[in-house]
Design a protein around this ligand. Structure first.
Ligand code: FES
Ligand code: FES
Length: 915
């Protein structure tokens, strides 16, 4: 169909475009009208990120042929702001912290606008119903609902005064851009003249292949500029997290190990590379029986997937302390069991996207990433160039959760742009994103946990096998981190905990919010519940008896000196626990098929890398005009690092936040702050930001020749330092500028003190730990097996809540992902590669979440802060499983606890009783 002239009203303006009527409205808005505030998360009507108003009603713009809008009225997020300011709804989102990564925010705002037009004062149920078509993976929806119900509330507080930023409920410093559609995500930033790249991926989990000649393909498709294969990789055709395990090829070299392994890359104009069907590309596949699952991979004679890994064992981790066999034999009660979890997809709403361009003898890569310095190293390796020749420019990141720690399209884009000397861009489709990128490790775990008859834990024997899939990715981290955490946050004198990462022909398993700890927590929490029941001790009291406290020694031999807030979390929950348990039991006394239950889960989580150097460097510069620039390599993936770093640095420097601008993650402009993972940025980079602020403050005070207590006032062109009644002015124009235009530059560096673990897993793996306890209230339909969470109460020791709004937001989002992990999410290659077959929690799945913040200060952390990102998810699933047991008497040990599994367990339990 040819292009036609199409007239309609867009954000109040008459507009005329030459487009094919069949094109999707979302695509046209972005490409032709330049309104990139409308996001594309799936292009299939599943995620709602593209929601706009058509004649005032919400529609998915990816499902509307643009021809249908002729003569009609279209409003996008860019049309919401009024008179140069935010609309009331946008202000409410800002005030409540309803945007985290922000990729879903335009769609949410448009759906909410539709609702408020129809129902100016909606109920929570009406709000949830109206917004149910828009998925959010970050927020757990709670603050979005709060914002919609509080649209007429008072405006957000202004930025706090100097010295008062830490602990304040400050709106996101980058929040307004997320609310107006101005934020630039990875698909919004490519050069206009960029070629497009598309990977042709293996349809087979295990195969060998040969490539034919591409002459015919070029002849049939003149817009095809180049077909890249493994032979074109200039440097090392391998990447991976660990310096000594670069086992994942950029392009497979005749052998693919999972469904989605890329074989060739097509580069050309967009229409051409998307039009070429995979079947047209001359690839001769020879399928091999795949190695599926841990048993097949470790069976005698199993096909070895990597030449240097006999038995398909990537790595083993061990923590051993005391005589476990003797301690278990001497225990009064021993609980044991096998637990299993499936593959879980990150399902961030922003698919991977990016561009690369060659600049002389350097390469620039713009992409969504959690780890720009790691990306830089990978790109340098595959191009065979030096690291300083690579510039990584992170875009805003529309969700990561660990899935954007590994490189995805960065290496192949860099290779294409390097070889062609032209900008090249790519964006993964939703199915491609789900097929090709990492997953949460499927796990099979066994545990034996003993205690005395008065409920004191004595010993734990634990073994976990993790299906790490085709390539190593973060398998070594998972296999080592989980044994350290295997006891949970409890005193256990004798421990033997092992973890193995096993290669299979599944998609690579990588990092996903917790590095295996959420899986491992099912074992310690499940077995503790069983011990408590057998001893007739209340589950919360049992945990209190055993809760690790300051001064206790962990399974790795580490003495926890301070900041050990589990007891405080449990004490805070105790009144709610008792009341909720009693209420559920009273309800069940008269219940029929609906039964209620209340469960509890606890966790601890080591903040930062396991037993590895884990440094961060942050800088803050002062320009002649009085602008402060925080050069932060701590990438904000929605968790709020941009705001947190600014709050900390501002207070350390002693000036108001409003003076700050921030440059994030650009490897040419910011120092290495490490990756945004392992819940480390607030603790590690936050400390570095504090030290940078203090460094700059020291320089200013020295220039003014004043004492430490002096107040700093920064104005245009000068700094005034006041001490008592005296004031001393520094004329910034007299100071020399550096290359970035800064006249003064403060720097902070922090590397948390850890040690390596010895052969028995003894040492100091982390400098500090987060602690938490959560209560889950659920309702189970015993006839259907469905489980509905009714309420979550989450008590978290975060050391210090630098920004309580953001801490709550992290807890909400973690809980929501924990609900998905517990009840609904399981990724199956080739089956659930889209957001209508792979279900993540929607508005209706996430109940009220009460957050209780415990602040047991960590002396090493910035203003006492630790981390919250991953801890928020870990206790949720164990708490839900405990609640299911309380409601029904059955113990579920295979996640997700889907209705069929719950119903089968209930039937088996009934049959057991009857037998
Ligand atoms: S992009 Fe339109 S619904 Fe997902
Ligand atoms: S804020 Fe909703 S997906 Fe990130």
């Amino acid at each position: 169909m040819s292009a036609q002239s199409l007239r309609f009203t867009l954000n109040g303006q008459a507009i005329s475009l030459e487009v094919r009527p069949i094109e999707r409205l979302a695509t046209v808005l972005r490409r032709e009208a330049g309104l990139t505030g409308t996001k594309i998360g799936c292009d299939a009507g599943d995620c709602g990120a593209c929601t706009v108003l058509l004649d005032g009603a919400q529609v998915c713009a990816c499902m509307v042929p643009v021809g249908q809008v002729a003569g009609r009225d279209v409003v996008t997020v860019e049309g919401l702001a009024r008179d140069g300011g935010l609309s009331d709804l946008q202000q409410a989102f800002h005030r409540h912290g309803a945007a985290q990564c922000g990729i879903c925010t335009p769609g949410m705002l448009m759906a909410a606008t539709d609702l408020l037009r129809r129902i100016p004062r909606p109920t929570e149920a009406e709000a949830a119903d109206a917004l149910a078509g828009v998925l959010c993976r970050c927020t757990g929806y709670r603050k979005i609902v709060d914002a919609v119900l509080d649209v007429a509330g008072t405006a957000a507080s202004p930025m706090p005064p100097a010295g008062c930023a830490v602990g304040a409920r400050v709106p996101k410093t980058d929040g307004i851009a997320k609310l107006t559609g101005a934020e630039k995500f990875a698909d919004d930033v490519a050069p206009a003249d960029a070629l497009w790249l598309r990977l042709v991926r293996s349809p087979h989990a295990h195969a060998r292949f040969t490539l034919g000649a591409f002459d015919d393909l070029h002849a049939r498709h003149p817009g095809l500029v180049r077909v890249l294969s493994a032979a074109d990789v200039p440097g090392l055709n391998g990447f991976g997290i660990y310096p000594d395990v670069k086992d994942q090829p950029v392009l497979a070299d005749g052998y693919v190990r999972y469904r989605g392994d890329p074989a060739v890359a097509l580069v050309g104009d967009q229409a051409t590379v998307t039009a070429i069907r995979d079947e047209e590309v001359p690839i001769d596949w020879r399928v091999i029986e795949p190695v599926t699952g841990i048993d097949a991979a470790t069976a005698p004679g199993a096909v070895q997937l990597h030449a240097d890994k006999p038995g398909n064992v990537l790595i083993e981790g061990l923590v051993r302390r005391g005589d476990v066999a003797a301690a278990l034999a001497a225990s009064d009660v021993v609980a044991e069991g096998e637990f299993e979890t499936g593959s879980v997809e990150h399902a961030y709403i922003e698919p991977e996207a990016g561009y690369a361009r060659r600049v002389g003898d350097r390469i620039e890569v713009g992409a969504c990433t959690q780890a720009p310095y790691m990306d830089r190293e990978e790109v340098a390796n595959v191009l065979g160039i030096e690291r300083h020749q690579v510039r990584i420019v992170p875009s805003a990141c529309g969700g990561g959760f660990g899935g954007k720690l590994d490189v995805s399209l960065q290496p192949i884009l860099a290779i294409a742009a390097w070889l062609l000397d032209r900008p090249v861009r790519a964006v993964y489709t939703r199915p491609e994103s789900m097929a090709a990128t990492t997953k949460r490790h499927p796990a099979r775990m066994t545990g034996r946990l003993g205690c005395t008859r008065d409920g004191r834990l004595t010993a734990l024997a634990f073994h976990a096998d993790f299906d790490t899939g085709a390539y190593a990715s973060w398998g070594p981290t998972v296999a080592n981190r989980v044994p350290v955490h295997a006891t949970g946050p409890y005193r256990v004198p004798a421990v033997e905990a092992r973890g193995r990462a096993i290669y299979t022909n599944a998609p690579p398993s990588g990092a996903f919010r917790g590095f295996g700890v959420p899986q491992g927590a099912l074992v310690h929490e499940g077995l503790i519940d069983e011990l408590a029941e057998r001893l007739d001790i209340d589950p919360l009291e049992f945990r209190l008896i055993n809760a690790i406290r300051a001064g206790d020694v962990t399974a790795t031999g580490q003495t926890l000196e301070t900041s050990c807030g589990l007891v405080a979390c449990l004490e805070a929950l105790k009144p709610r626990w008792r009341a909720s348990r009693a209420a559920a039991e009273a309800y069940n006394a008269g219940a029929t098929s609906l039964r209620r239950g209340v469960g509890i889960g606890c966790m601890w989580y080591g903040i930062g890398n396991t037993s590895l150097s884990n440094p961060s460097t942050m800088r803050v510069g002062l320009k002649r005009d009085g602008t402060l620039t925080l050069y932060s390599g701590a990438v904000d993936i929605g968790q709020g690092a941009n705001t947190i770093m600014t709050q900390i640095c501002a207070d350390a420097l002693g000036v108001e936040m409003a003076r700050f601008t921030l440059i994030m993650g650009d490897t040419d402009l910011t120092a290495d702050a490490g990756k945004s993972s392992a819940s480390r940025q607030t603790f590690v980079s936050g400390k570095a930001a504090e030290l940078a602020g203090r460094d700059l403050r020291g320089q200013i005070l020295r220039l003014a020749n004043t004492g430490d207590a002096a107040a700093i006032e920064i104005g245009d062109g000068r700094v005034v330092v006041r001490e008592g009644d005296a004031g001393r002015a520094i004329d910034l124009a007299e100071l020399a500028e550096d290359a970035n235009g800064d006249v003064l530059l403060g720097e902070g560096y922090f590397d948390p003190p850890t040690t390596t673990l010895d052969a028995e897993g003894q040492g100091v793996p982390y400098a500090t730990y987060g602690f938490a306890a959560q209560i889950a209230e659920v309702e189970v339909d015993v006839e259907l097996g469905t489980v509905k969470p009714r309420r979550i109460v989450a008590a978290h020791d975060v050391g210090r809540a630098i920004n309580p709004v953001q801490v709550e937001g992290q807890i909400h989002g973690g809980v929501a992902q924990g609900i998905g992990f517990a009840l609904m999410e399981e990724y199956i290659p080739g089956v659930s590669e889209n957001l209508h077959d792979y279900l993540i929690p929607t508005f209706g799945d996430v109940p009220e979440i009460e957050c209780i913040l415990i602040e047991d200060a960590e002396p090493l952390g910035p203003y006492g802060a630790k981390g919250i990102g991953e801890p928020a998810l870990v206790p949720t699933a164990p708490a839900i499983l405990g609640a299911i047991h309380h409601a029904t008497g059955v113990r579920i040990r295979r996640l997700p606890a889907t209705p069929d599994r719950v119903r089968a367990a209930i039937l088996a339990n009934q049959a057991g009783r009857e037998a």
